[in-house]
Design a protein around this ligand. Structure first.
Ligand code: FCB
Length: 471
């Protein structure tokens, strides 16, 4: 992987005022299971996250998304908060079990109606809806039928996507198929840290392929019926992978993790193939028989945009002890090194340059389509002060550094067109439940009171001036 010399990195941390192009997209992001609640309303069926979060021991403090931020009932208030941020776009996901409770067949009108009302409320405020069709809440009925390791699920996803697109494409023009298939496949089916909690490396590889296939089939189906007003893409999560030393074995460990984390999805999507070295790395886990003729052509259809989620880089070395269960299928013995850098409340290293590196790599090595940072943000533990306001200087510094990194990537030619902060609200952070707060807006869960944090006011200035002040 290309690396930037340290001197060059420091140069990019300058604190001068920066501006972005006038059509640059500023947004905020959420996901259905993390905020909606109302799990039994409007004909919604259970998702794998309902089942998982209700399984003792799976989520910190036994938290569930049963109520979450009660966004299902409070969406108008949340749209008003978006308007206060001055964002032009809102990225949110649709709950498949709300729209198609049986995982197949006709759409559930009550579920559709909720999203129509949400979209209308956004449009009234001139906020563009940026829809994700799948952010991990698979209908439990489809998991019972085999989940993502089953090829049939890819077809179910395409049918669901086409049905929803048919009803909303008059008002929604940006369609993302999947959010972070790496997480869905490897935390869901190999590490078992996420729903459905399976720990089977071979199943995880099948899941990854069928997620990609589902993406391809969904794109094909939606494009076939689109009047030409929509753009279509996918969101992946990237971490640049650095080797702890120049030692050959450590460099090799970094190559293996980069293959699993980043290239496993990029190569099929943008080059129409799985990389040879990756296939060798996982040869003991799978014979690859689930990859059928024609799949890769389907997966590699042109993308109108690529969504980039970035939080932190990895540093690795060889020779650790294999830890099971692990998401690193076939490379379970690679050791992850703590470099002692400052971290967020997730324990994630804070390293804005990893975002610049990621965006630049996508542009230089993959000739990627237009790029949007679809998630970036940070959890910190700040509590509200006596006035109820959270003074989250850490979050402001985190975002400032990462916005600058995206700007630096643009300066170097990466076609970065927008940035969505994760997240609008504190919310249900998956296996961490409500213990980690990523919001620009604080949520007091017992009362559901929303209070913008200091970072919300700061971000509103960024969106309005379309740039950053000198720091
Ligand atoms: C990403 C997820 C998002 C949120 C952030 C912190 O992996 O897509 O839902 O949990 O991490």
């Amino acid at each position: 992987m290309p690396t930037t010399p340290p001197a060059d990195r420091n140069a990019e941390r300058g604190s001068e005022a920066l501006s972005f192009p006038t059509d640059f997209v500023w947004g905020a992001a959420t996901a259905s299971y993390q905020i909606e609640g109302a799990v039994d309303e409007g004909g919604r069926s259970a998702s794998i996250w309902d089942t998982f979060s209700h399984t003792p021991g799976m989520v910190v403090d036994g938290d569930t998304g049963d109520v979450a931020c009660d966004h299902y009932h409070r969406y108008r208030e949340d749209v008003a908060l978006l308007a206060d941020l001055g964002v032009s776009h809102y990225r949110f996901s649709l709950a498949w079990p709300r729209l198609q409770p049986e995982g197949r067949g006709a759409l559930n009108e009550a579920g559709l109606d909720f999203y129509v009302r949400l979209v209308e409320a956004l449009l009234e405020r001139d906020i563009t809806p940026w829809v994700t069709l799948y952010h991990w809440d698979l209908p439990q009925v489809l998991e019972d039928a085999g989940g993502w390791p089953a090829r049939e699920t890819a077809q179910r996803f395409a049918d669901y996507s086409a049905a929803v697109h048919a009803r909303l494409h008059d008002r929604v023009h940006a369609w993302t198929t999947l959010n972070e298939p790496w997480v869905a496949a490897f935390l869901g089916y190999a590490a078992g840290e996420h729903a459905p909690g399976v720990r089977d490396p071979a199943q995880a590889l099948r899941a990854a392929h069928h997620l990609l296939l589902g993406h391809g089939l969904a794109l094909e189906a939606m494009r076939a019926q689109d009047p030409g007003t929509s753009t279509f893409g996918i969101t992946l999560n990237f971490s640049p992978v650095r080797s702890a030393t120049e030692d050959e074995a450590d460099v090799e460990a970094a190559r293996r993790i980069d293959a699993l984390q980043n290239r496993l999805f990029l190569d099929p999507l943008l080059r129409g193939r799985y990389a040879e070295d990756l296939l060798e790395d996982v040869a003991d886990v799978t014979d690859g028989a689930h990859v059928q003729e024609g799949d890769l052509e389907r997966i590699a259809q042109p993308l109108d945009f690529l969504g980039v989620n970035y939080y932190f880089p990895w540093t690795v070395r060889a020779g650790g002890r294999a830890t099971a269960p692990s998401p690193w299928v076939g490379s379970e013995d690679v050791e992850f090194v703590d470099r002692g850098l400052p971290t967020t409340a997730m324990g994630w290293e804070i390293e804005p340059d990893g975002l610049r590196e990621t965006l630049t790599r996508l542009s230089d090595e993959y000739a990627a389509p237009p790029l949007y940072v679809t998630e970036n943000g940070a959890a910190f533990d700040e509590a509200p002060g006596p006035d109820g306001v959270v003074q989250d200087a850490n979050r402001i510094a985190y975002l400032d550094g990462h916005f600058r990194a995206a700007h630096a990537a643009r300066e170097r030619g990466a076609d970065v067109r927008g940035y969505f902060v994760w997240s609008l609200l504190d919310n249900f952070e998956w296996a961490f439940g409500f213990s980690r707060r990523f919001g620009l807006v604080h949520v007091d869960y017992p009362t559901q009171r929303r209070t913008p944090k200091a970072s919300a006011g700061w971000y509103a200035q960024v969106t309005r001036r379309n740039g950053l002040p000198a720091a």
